[in-house]
Write a protein that binds this ligand. Structure first.
Ligand code: SF4
Length: 259
């Protein structure tokens, strides 16, 4: 199919920036109204977006997120289903022991180190938090293997707080679209938290991840399938006509695109 001609001002801006040797924009290129419209469309596409990491309680969520670094959710789920069936509390995880945990998760990258962290964080939860997962970012980040991103995911998915856990997809989208450009995940997190309208903040994290995973993919964004193609100001976009705005079928975990 032939591409419609893109009148994107961003493309022109990129060329002129490059010609003038200027750095790309450090602020969002989007007006309030555009941002509102982007998230309104995401909310119609996915009214109830869900994280794709399987878990049965806050503890198993912490473990699943810690295991998911540099791994796909589908890959983590495959390994944790059997693990969580026999160890869904810090105590049971400790009783299982590092060696057996390793056996369960050996299909996941960096599994040796991750098994160590699962044991260490289970120990810390028992000694410092009475076996319960704490509800503040600061406390969560004291757990071995739990950084700011993991803490944000747990606060959002386990405790219903509006947070922005900047993973690889969100970092890419924020910069590619020049929506909330930033050099580090923390910078992107702060900018997104500032520009996303309050009513969309709680689900925004999942909308952006799912948009990045299934549409605005890393290697080649699928702009012809994109519901915000008209609003997008990415220099990388290849299509200008938005895809029909309809609710998408339920997510199919395992069909994760390598992106
Ligand atoms: S138009 Fe293309 S580059 Fe822009 S958000 Fe959609 S998929 Fe990504």
């Amino acid at each position: 199919m032939a591409n419609p001609k893109i009148k994107s001002s961003a493309r022109t801006a990129k060329k002129s920036n490059a010609a003038a040797g200027r750095k790309p924009a450090s602020k969002s290129l989007y007006s309030r109204a555009d941002i509102e419209e982007i998230f309104r469309r995401f909310s119609i596409q996915r009214p109830e977006p869900k994280g794709e990491l399987e878990h049965v309680n806050p503890f198993t969520l912490v473990v699943a997120v810690a295991l998911s670094a540099q791994a796909t959710d589908a890959g983590v789920n495959k390994a944790t289903r059997a693990l969580f069936a026999i160890a869904d509390t810090p105590r049971k995880m400790l009783d299982l022991g590092e060696e057996r945990i390793r056996e369960y998760i050996k299909t996941i990258g960096l599994y040796r180190n991750k098994a160590k962290n699962v044991v260490a964080l289970s120990e810390k939860l028992i000694t410092d938090f009475g076996g319960e997962v704490p509800r503040t970012r600061e406390e969560l980040m004291t757990l071995p293997g739990v950084g700011r991103k993991t803490a944000n995911v747990v606060l959002s998915m386990a405790f219903g707080q509006a947070t922005m856990a900047v993973d690889t997809h969100i970092f890419r989208i924020a910069n590619r679209l020049l929506l909330a450009p930033g050099k580090t995940p923390d910078e992107v997190e702060q900018r997104l938290m500032k520009i996303i309208p309050d009513q969309y903040l709680y689900h925004a994290h999942h909308w952006l991840i799912l948009h990045g995973r299934y549409c605005c993919k890393a290697r080649k964004p699928e702009c012809e399938r994109c519901v915000i193609a008209d609003l997008c100001r990415s220099p990388e976009k290849t299509w200008d006509i938005p895809a029909p705005l309809v609710e998408l079928p339920a997510q199919v975990i395992g069909a994760e695109a390598a992106g």
